[in-house]
Each structure stands twice: as structure tokens, then as C-alpha cells.
Ligand binder design. Sequence first.
Ligand SMILES: [Fe+2]
Length: 335
Amino acid sequence: MRCGYHGWIYGLDGALRTVPAQKGYGDRPVKPGACDYGMAPLPGFAAYRGFVFGRLTADGPSLEQWLGPLTGSIDNFIDRSPEGAVEVAGGVLRYDHACNWKFFMENTLDALHPMVVHMSAARPARAVAAALPEGDNAMHFELQALAPFTASYDFYDSMGGRVMPHGHADLGGRASIHSDYASDETYWQAMVDGHGADKAAGILSLSRNNSIAYPSLMFKAPVQLLRVVRPVAVDRTIIETWHFRLKGAPPSMFHRTIAYSTMVNSSAGMVGPDDHEMYRRMQAGLKAGQPEWIELGRHADPGAPDPDGATQVEGTSDAFFRGQFQAWRDLMEVA
Ligand SMILES: [Fe+2]
């Protein structure tokens, strides 16, 4: 790792390896290996199934305590590999968004917007699908991916979701907009070979739109995407989309991931730009300062949580957002 300013070079362990102009420091210990000049270690880090999480404070819950029931969603992301392992592949999409980072975190759980915001992409896809000749059994992934964005309010409600401590959540579970994707038969066979038929069926029947590790991570298990939130300013956020290959799966699964991301997440796509524009307008709209409060009372009483701490909610519940703001307040009040 090379500092972009004076070119000091550090090893992956953080130790100082090279200083370009070592003369002139006299007796000062500016030299390779000097402990005082290494990179500062993170006070805390831990990994869950290969995903490494770091934090800038020494105190706080363990990673598994913090993730809580969300570990099941991460498991589902990884277990969709016949070998139970995933790898980053295909580069990263990185886009600037003209909004506060919270808009993105809310949007990924918001099931009341797709049928409105994404109508211009989904409605033509439905028309094309309806006009296909009878007996056309090709997978037509693009149509399968776009059409469900205008699914009904009842469908989105029926998908369900989970609201968890620390602001984490899943949208979907019983179903999602990804439920009806066709897949290569060899993928199912590989899953059966890797996990056994019963476990493979259980893994693939759990279908989540999105899962959130609040406040900075969203992942989409059925399509092998992970998105990282990088706040830049109060009204500016960079979103990174990372793509994963399921180890042991046929190439068609990774092609599907890239097709989805290109079509939906990319700024040249047919879905993401709709959201970008709405974020920008909402950020501007909030400057009006009134009404003072945003309505977040839909499904105001979601009931008691399960023994694992997750609360089951309808897919269009505002409980997702109340959970996020509760977590944000808890974090901001720690000082
Ligand atoms: Fe959207």
C-alpha cells in the first residue's frame, strides 16, 4: 500500500516498508519496520464466513451479536453456491448519488415505490412478454427481471420481511421479485450434489429482495450482488456494487448477475437511474422544511419479535425505516 502523498509504502500487515527519501531524518526512527510509523490497526475486526467487518472503536458487541439473525441472510447468500463459497468477480460499479446515504438505505427496503418509480421499465417488459409467441420457453432473463417491478401492492406485502435489532432488515423471504427467475438445470443439479435435495430446495426457496446490515451494507442473495454505502457529504453518497460468483455453479449464474447489475444497478441501466432521480428530488424537497415530520406510521404495530429478535413484518411496512432511525438515534446518543 503506497501513500498517495509522499509515497511511503506499507506492507499488508501495515508495517512501514519503504520511505523514498530516508536521508535527512538524522537519529529519528524513520526507517522500514519502524513501529511508530506503521499504519494504525483497526481497534476491532472480525469475519463471518469470509466477510470481514471492521470498526473504529474497541468497545461494542461482537460481530455475531451485532449481526444477530441477519447471519441467516448472509448464510443464504453464500449457500446458494453448491460449494458453500462465493468469490468477488467482474469488477465494481461505483456511482455518485446526489442524496444523503439514508435515502439509499431506506429505498432498498421500500416496497411502495417500484410500481410507481420503475413503471417506465417494467410496463414495456410486461408488454413484450405478453406478445411472445406461444410456446416460447426461452429464459428471457431481462423480461423476468424487469416485469416484477410493477407487481401489485398485495404481492409486495405478501413477500414479508424481517426487522432486526441495530437497524438490520430483510425485505422479502416468502417470495421476492426474484422468485420466478428461470435458471440453468445444471445449477439445480450442482446444488443437489453439493447440499442434498432437501437442503438445496430450502436454500433456493428463501427469496429475499434485499438484506441490510445497517448502516452501510446491502446484499441481494438471489442475484449475488452486494452494495456498499460510502457517505461523502450530507447530500452526496457513493454506492458501490460488487458482484459474486457462486463457486461450483455453471457460468450462466454469473452471467445472470452481471445482466441484472448492468440492467438495474448501472447508471446506464433501466431501473437505477429512476431511483437516482428520486433521491435527488427528495433531497431537494426536504429543504422545504415542512411538513416537519415524514410519515412513517404504516403498519404501526408489527407485533412481538421472534425468539431470535427478528420481527416479521409485511413487505410494505414502515417498520423497516423506524428500525433504521431507531438504530441511528441509538448510535448518535452514544458519546
Ligand atoms: Fe427502486
